[in-house]
Design a protein around this ligand. Structure first.
Ligand SMILES: [Mn+2]
Length: 346
């Protein structure tokens, strides 16, 4: 273990897990290959130690994940809270903030939990979970939560994985690294090599199979995108009217079909290093922020700019999200103002 603090945290987590017979592993929002694969791998590891393990999500499983191998093992408790008291340890995987696990009512959920029984395993920029449970928050800046499990458990203990676990961890790595297009982390290729050697299906993991609604969203969104050359910024604002259009075009699940647009437009167009989506949440009096940044070259941190503009923002340097209390027009104006200031060097 390179990081002395991580070694201490890992020892704390093992000590907490050792006597536990029942463990809940909770996955994060967004429900994606990394959090699901990490949960499946933990379930396999902990079951070998004769623990009863439940995989739980407080968010429903999105359309893109319903065919993911092993997803049937995750129980979606998106309407009724699970019975936390039935578990001695609750492990939160692949998220750094409370709302990613416990939703908007996270303060209420947290009141019913014993923080000493909570574990967090993650690779995002540390946030409020790290601050609340530093002793059992294993946060390492690696490609994926899957790689954190590899570095901390699988590699040191020389575990031989079942093919299905190697396979989902490989999918997680490819998803979170965007097929090795994101910034490179130490050990990433060694991790990939181990997974291939243990039977992961590369061809299946890199197969692109996009829902037609992704194409429709992109065609619609490109026409609505503001390309602002002076700020190197592409900006898509989704006010209530536009959200109604999308609902009519794609159905109520329309927010799930922006992946192709985000990948293609938000950081790959020459001259536009930053890509932002602002989505009005009229019922909540807030605005949701999503961003992507070009990976190559030295670019500003959108998270820092957004924080200066009054957003709460987090995630990774080149991809992340946040929220703003107020209306869409104010969110847009303040964000553009801070971009101007940052680029002007003021
Ligand atoms: Mn991840």
């Amino acid at each position: 273990m390179r990081n002395a603090n991580a070694a201490t945290v890992l020892a704390n987590i093992k000590q907490l897990l050792r006597p536990a017979r029942t463990v809940m592993v909770m996955i994060s929002d967004p429900v994606d290959p990394d959090c699901v694969a990490a949960a499946l791998a933990l379930r396999w590891m902990l079951t070998r130690q004769r623990k009863a393990v439940a995989l739980v999500s407080l968010y429903r499983i999105p359309a893109a994940m319903v065919d993911f191998p092993g997803i049937g093992q995750v129980r979606a408790c998106d309407t009724v809270l699970p019975d936390f008291s039935a578990f001695e340890v609750v492990m939160l995987v692949d998220g750094a903030t409370w709302p990613q696990f416990f939703g908007r009512d996270w303060v209420h959920v947290l009141e019913g939990l014993d923080l000493r029984r909570l574990v967090n395993i993650d690779h995002h920029v540390p946030d409020d979970i790290q601050a609340a449970i530093p002793r059992t928050c294993l946060n390492m800046q690696l490609s994926s939560t899957a790689q954190v499990l590899y570095e901390c458990f699988i590699k040191p203990e020389k575990m031989r994985l079942p093919i299905e676990v190697a396979d989902v961890l490989y999918r997680a790595l490819l998803y979170d690294s965007r097929n090795f297009k994101n910034e490179m982390h130490r050990g990433e290729y060694a991790f990939a090599d181990m997974l291939i050697e243990q039977g992961a299906d590369h061809a299946r993991a890199v197969d692109v199979n996009v829902d037609m609604r992704e194409v429709r969203f992109m065609a619609w969104a490109i026409k609505k995108t503001d390309f602002i050359p002076g700020l190197y910024l592409s900006l898509l604002c989704l006010d209530a009217g536009r959200q109604k259009d999308l609902h009519a075009l794609l159905g109520e699940d329309w927010p799930e079909f922006n992946t192709l647009y985000k990948e293609t437009v938000l950081r790959q167009v020459r001259g536009f290093h930053y890509g932002v989506i602002l989505q009005e949440k009229a019922g909540q009096g807030s605005v949701r922020l999503t961003w992507r940044t070009r990976n190559y070259g030295s670019h500003l941190s959108v998270a820092e700019i957004a924080c200066r503009a009054g957003f709460k923002a987090g995630g990774h340097r080149n991809a992340g999200g946040g929220s703003f209390h107020g209306c869409l027009a104010d969110a847009r104006a303040r964000l553009l103002e801070e971009f101007r200031r940052a680029l002007g060097g003021a």
